[in-house]
Design a protein around this ligand. Structure first.
Ligand SMILES: [Zn+2]
Length: 178
């Protein structure tokens, strides 16, 4: 997992978030596992200690401040004894809808929940690797890496190719782009 090329790895269920996000494509996850400079820069921008941003995935032992303190879905899912929001009788609930519209890396959450239900999380996981990998060097990029973080190819992956207008709009607002 240390070079971002996860194509050969088997699915890791800890990295399949309750909400339908794919943890390996999160900029905090990338920063934690592969790019300490990125994590430092994010910590400066967000004005939080680096340690608070470290995250090894939704179901790992160490999650970022946001995932630990701010995420309502993980707490809710734990109470209800479900693994993914899509399995809930209240899906899609108001909380998840509000979460989904906030940021452009969440655009495909509904699609993710549907795919997990239809084909299972293993197949969905492989599709996510495909969606976020650089078509040239196969490095997994985040939705906010407009160019591949390893080889510089633009767009960095199919997700960015599909949603670049929404991502650019949001990034200029929040200065999230790394
Ligand atoms: Zn690349």
């Amino acid at each position: 997992m240390n070079n971002g090329q996860m194509g050969h790895c088997s699915p890791d269920k800890r990295l399949a978030a309750v909400c339908g996000l794919f943890c390996p494509a999160c900029t905090l996850f990338i920063g934690t596992n592969e790019d300490p400079e990125r994590l430092k820069m994010l910590a400066m921008r967000l004005q939080l200690p680096v340690e608070e941003l470290k995250c090894y995935g939704c179901w790992s032992d160490k999650r970022s401040f946001y995932c630990r303190e701010k995420c309502k879905m993980t707490k809710c899912a734990a109470e209800k004894g479900i693994r993914f929001c899509g399995q809930c009788t209240e899906y899609p609930c108001v909380e998840l809808k509000a979460f989904q519209v906030q940021m452009p890396h969440r655009i495909e959450l509904w699609k993710s929940q549907e795919r997990i239900k239809e084909v299972g999380y293993e197949k969905w996981y492989a599709e996510m690797i495909e969606l976020y990998s650089c078509t040239e060097c196969h490095t997994i990029n985040s939705a906010y890496d407009m160019a591949c973080r390893k080889c510089g190819t633009t767009p960095s992956c199919n997700y960015v190719r599909l949603h670049k207008d929404d991502i650019n709009q949001q990034s200029s607002k929040l200065m999230l782009q790394v």
